[in-house]
Design a protein around this ligand. Structure first.
Ligand code: MTE
Length: 319
């Protein structure tokens, strides 16, 4: 529990809570407690959909190349179990995240590019071909979900941004607005949230820019209007609510690395054999079920990504 200061998502819930309490809570989720009257729709879902001018773009056609061996996690569960420290360190942050204003929203491309440019989210959506992909989503806290994201390959966004050939990394940044996101008033954290990938990772076919989920625009608590999802990496790599994308030569220092570099690194590839310094990564709790299943190398995506790491075995690839 000690990260020299406690931070909710870093501690598997089973460690922070007696297991009986944890399991009961999950039993409730699995039994459909969230599906009953008052919770028939995830809070915030309607508001997000109504206000979003891109609603007509969803649902997009599913790309069946990316199959999973697990059922999709019910939206009611996913929508109330999130990590978005800008709004709360609790998982139930859906209400708080409704303060996120997703229009107008621009994304600025800079650094090593042919020409810096800024694009509005709705213009970007018009320029990209949307598809749905069902991906496993594995948090470093040892829980997982299966999520029907909608979006477009990050490789398409890279092509759109026209980076120079010398660019080695892509660096993505979340908005910074403490009035809109009260968590950003906590000076302990190195705001804004930043993440990065190598250019080879960014252009791997799995790397996905997410703008929708469950067949509609992305919910605010999940990082609307645009976030990353890299399914072979721990969830903290999947930066939410992006406003700035730079192409750089130096490896970006991410949010969690800045906070605790002994526990969180740049690569963060899922590996059941490399424990977090304070807990095992050998298995994971599948949210919405009572199952604890073995974790797979690269979260089951090794055929797509293992080659990216050839020759890099001396790097801390799994933290
Ligand atoms: N992005 C921002 N801006 N702020 C955050 O707190 N949390 C990360 C990641 N992206 C986070 C973020 C972590 S720890 C995880 S596990 C995933 O988002 C959670 O995504 P989800 O809430 O959609 O499951």
């Amino acid at each position: 529990m000690l990260i020299r200061r406690k931070k909710g998502w870093e501690i598997p819930e089973r460690e922070a809570t007696p297991e009986s309490v944890f399991l009961n809570r999950r039993d409730l989720l699995a039994a459909g407690g969230f599906g009953l009257a008052g919770f028939a729709l995830p809070r915030g879902a309607l508001a997000a959909e109504d206000a979003d001018p891109s609603a007509g773009l969803y649902p997009a056609k599913r790309n069946d190349r990316y199959t999973v061996d697990r059922p999709i996690t019910p939206e009611e569960i996913n929508a109330h179990y999130n990590n978005f420290y800008e709004y709360s360190t609790d998982k139930e942050l859906a209400d708080a995240a409704q303060a996120l204003k997703t229009r107008p929203w621009t994304i600025a491309f800079g650094g090593m590019v042919e020409a810096p440019r800024t694009v509005g989210i709705d213009d970007l959506l018009k320029a990209m071909k949307l598809e749905e992909r069902v991906y496993r989503h594995r948090c470093v806290e040892a829980w997982s979900m299966t999520v029907p994201w909608t979006g477009f390959p990050l490789a398409d966004l890279v092509a759109y941004a026209k980076p120079l050939s010398g660019a080695k990394y892509i660096r993505m940044e979340t908005f910074m607005n403490p009035e809109m996101a009260p968590g950003q008033n906590q000076p302990f954290y190195p705001w804004p949230y930043v993440e990065g990938l190598t250019m080879a990772e960014a252009t791997n076919e799995l790397a996905f820019m997410v703008t929708g989920v469950y067949g509609k625009p992305l919910l605010k608590q999940m990082g609307a209007p645009i976030r990353l999802h890299t399914p072979w990496k721990y969830g903290f790599k999947s930066v939410k609510s992006i406003v700035k994308i730079d192409f750089v030569e130096e490896q970006p220092l991410n949010f969690w690395q800045q906070l605790q570099s002994s526990e969180y690194g740049f690569w963060a590839n899922v590996n059941p054999e490399v424990p977090h310094p304070r807990w095992s990564q050998a298995s994971e709790t599948v949210l919405g079920s009572n199952e604890r299943v073995p974790t797979q190398l690269f979260n089951g995506y090794a055929p797509f990504v293992a080659d990216l790491y050839k020759g890099l075995q001396d790097q801390p690839l799994y933290m």
